[in-house]
Write a protein that binds this ligand. Structure first.
Ligand SMILES: *Cc1c(COP(=O)(O)O)cnc(C)c1O
Length: 377
């Protein structure tokens, strides 16, 4: 089967996610605006509008859009002037660990909680040394970290607390936007995320001063035509990305509603099997992913392969742990500390994320559930 571009159409395959695309007419509406103003990037009207809408929608006082979620992390480290060692989780996407290394920081891996899949505060505390400057925690699959305990540890040890909130769009904890916790939270709006701007990201700084610094850092540190006051970088979101974000924001409520229905349908139909679901601590959740853990690695791999053979592509996510990446193993990058990380290993070797996105059909979900039931029985 071929689509319009002549490439082999993947339409009969189901992937773990499928990017939201608005009606083309809706996107064109914004493109007309770009053509009219002839303004493509550099803090354009549409980026400003997206930032304003985002603050309204997420209930935030400060928010800045950037080119992607990785540059959001890099700018967060720079904005807080982080040095030395940073305690973080190995159960995450490559960018969380890679950006630390890219910025010359030393990741120190602490273990995760086997129920929430997030950093275990006790483990964080045990890894603090005199050259630790920050904690970089991830709200894994959008599930809130133990933010109260982490805040207390950060305060008592004079550490910065950064949250990689790449998955945490629109999540609330105790009725408050999750992204407001910590010194800075970052977001990713990559095409595979629940809300996207094709490529894109954002920062949620704790105060206005930090917000002003980030504004400079994302645009080469340029304060005015003849003043460059910080060694910044180019991390600007452009008007085409912002247009996609504005379109997707119009449909996000509906999409999150469908995600919730699909998530709960998966759960109800799988809950009698020998499986573990992530323990969700959010007061309002986004259902961005459908992770589950099997009894052992062999069963996980069997389910993964059986699904694959029938055109359903789940993902071993996150596997391997970032601490096991080849560049650490072959010592291209030094790894000073390496705890046991027993829980992280256990979760990583038994987890699968099932396909979950608003246009996944109930038939497709039914197939996936049947295949898993058959493998486990
Ligand atoms: C997607 C993701 C990022 C990076 O985002 P990009 O926009 O792809 O650079 C960072 N952390 C986590 C946990 C992610 O899932």
């Amino acid at each position: 089967m071929y689509n319009r571009t002549g490439f082999n159409s993947p339409s009969n395959e189901v992937f773990v996610t499928r990017s939201d695309l608005p009606n083309l007419e809706e996107y064109l509406h914004y493109l007309f605006n770009i053509w009219e103003n002839n303004w493509l990037t550099n803090d354009g009207q549409l980026v400003q509008l997206l930032e304003k809408r985002m603050m309204d929608y997420l209930g935030l006082d400060n928010f800045l859009a950037v080119s992607n979620g990785s540059s959001a992390l890099q700018i967060a480290f720079k904005a807080l002037d982080i040095k030395g060692r940073v305690i973080t989780t190995p159960f995450t996407f490559a960018a969380t660990t890679n950006t630390l290394i890219w910025e010359g920081l030393q990741p120190v891996f602490a273990d995760i909680d086997p129920e929430t899949f997030n950093l275990d505060p006790g483990e964080v505390e045990e890894n603090i040394t005199s050259d630790t400057s920050a904690i970089l925690a991830v709200h894994t699959f959008g599930n809130p970290c133990d933010v109260d305990k982490l805040q207390k540890i950060a305060y008592e040890n004079d550490l910065f607390l950064i949250y990689d909130g790449a998955h945490a769009f629109k999540v609330e904890y105790k009725g408050k936007p999750l992204l407001e916790y910590g010194d800075i939270s970052t977001l990713s709006f990559h095409a595979t995320k629940a809300f996207h701007t094709i490529e894109g990201g954002g920062l949620v700084p704790g105060d206005k001063l930090l917000s002003d610094k980030i504004r400079l850092l994302r645009n080469h540190g340029i304060a005015s035509e003849e003043e460059v006051i910080l060694p910044g970088i180019n991390a600007k979101m452009n008007e085409f990305q912002a247009s996609m974000g504005l379109c997707n924001l119009n449909h996000i409520d509906q999409n999150l509603k469908i995600r919730k229905i699909l998530y709960e349908c998966y759960k109800q139909n799988l809950e009698d099997l020998d499986l573990k679901f992530q323990k969700i601590t959010a007061s309002s959740y986004n259902h961005a992913y459908m992770p589950l853990c099997f009894e052992d690695e062999k069963t996980r791999n069997l389910v993964f392969n059986t699904l694959n053979n029938q055109g359903y592509h789940s993902r071993k996510y996150f596997y391997p742990l970032t601490v096991d990446y080849e560049y650490f193993q072959n010592k291209t990058v030094p790894l000073f500390h390496k705890n046991d990380l027993e829980c992280a290993r256990q979760i990583s070797s038994t987890i699968l994320c099932l396909p979950l996105y608003p246009t996944l059909s109930l038939d497709e979900m039914g197939d996936i559930i049947n295949i898993i039931q058959r493998v486990l029985n």
